[in-house]
Design a protein around this ligand. Sequence first.
Ligand code: SAM
Ligand code: SF4
Length: 449
Amino acid sequence: MACHSRPTTIVLSVEKKFYIETFGCQMNAHDSEKVVGTLLAKGYSQVDTPEEAGYVFYNTCSIRDKAEQKVFNRLQSFKRTGKGKIFAVLGCVAQQEGEKIFDRAPHVSLVAGSASYTKLPEMLIQLEAGNKRVTGLSLEATEAFDTPFTRRDNPHRAYLTIIEGCDKSCSYCVVPFTRGPERSRTSASVIDEATKLADSGYTEVQLLGQNVNSYRDPSPAGWDFATLLDRVGAVPGIRRVRFTTSHPRDFVKPIIDAIDANANLCNHVHLPVQSGSSRILEGMRRLYTREQYMERISWMRGARRPIAITTDIIVGFPGETERDFEDTLELLDEVQYDSLFAFKYSARPNTGALKLEDHISEEEKTRRLAVLNERQRAIQIRRNSELIGAVEEVHVEGRHHSLGQWIGRTSQNRTLNFSGHEAEAMIGTYLPVRVTRAGPHSLVGESVL
Ligand code: SAM
Ligand code: SF4
């Protein structure tokens, strides 16, 4: 009774506000969009700073040690000042560390991995009831997290998850432990979501999965990934389809045939190789050799459309000799990637590589990373320069006010900033742009309209 007679309006308005910070990959970014949508549907409102919020959510990444440390640093900074707020740790660190997070950061009330997000509304009810220790850590989710409430950040390009989890077991990687086994969505639900996105004005979709090309339709239709790709590209209103990340072992030629046959599928494949040494690939349990990887590259180089190829590399995996590292540098020269992400090997809990010997020193990993990035930078300068004079179609994504340029993205996923055409409502449209200058990471051009 005393509770009801209290003036509650101010307290409630703070409690109903949430702040969310996302770390890590596109899967996490998209998971946060789903979490935000679910919270908004339950009457919460989003704010831009943790100070304004009653609920503070961290959607975390544990792929490398540094990413994991970041979230604990954030939590630590609120240990004293966060009184009265509810802190939640979501995502991969939550799944990996589980209830240990409550010991390390006692002001946290919710710890939930991504496979438990279907239960988010129930977990919110428990938090609202005043429960101080709520967990969602089961990896037994049978369905992908599918919510009608997804609140997308970008108004023109939408993420669309087609497969969750990972059934591989690379010896360095935590993902199979943090995201659970593979679960594909039915082709009908993917096409339905793509159609709804097109109806609400999206022209570009990015199909997501840890191994997006391992997709297997669980419905009787039984589509494989190449078929799904082609059908999403045929949804009326969809003009560009991207997909990430592809695993080389499951990368089959029909995917290239689909790209060749359907101009709506973007000219870009992200195919992480990790190492150019077959010996190291075996230690990593990547399930392919350098030669098998290069066969996939030759399919792409043989395509009718100019397919941009990007990759991920890990340097300093245990036992990586100077010769193995040279093999990786030579692979860069051979493939001529359009871009890459390179990482120093980071030892992760529960993973097989922990047992390997010959760990490489931090200094040596840093050196190899710098050498690799320098080699790739020269390749990118050369490849981008080859595009000077070409006309590329860009999807206009925004405006660089300080540079007085529009920000565009080509089908090959290059940033092409341009000037020369000023019109209302440019953002979200597609325009032809002539490339006039090239740097290692982006292009500059003039609209040819
Ligand atoms: N499933 C994708 C594949 O197999 O190529 C990769 C997904 S993983 C989230 C993204 C990238 O993180 C990997 O390609 C790898 O380069 C990097 N990565 C994963 N575990 C790592 C580790 N322990 N240390 C350094 N980099 C790591
Ligand atoms: Fe990690 Fe390997 Fe699975 Fe990719 S395929 S998510 S690197 S275990």
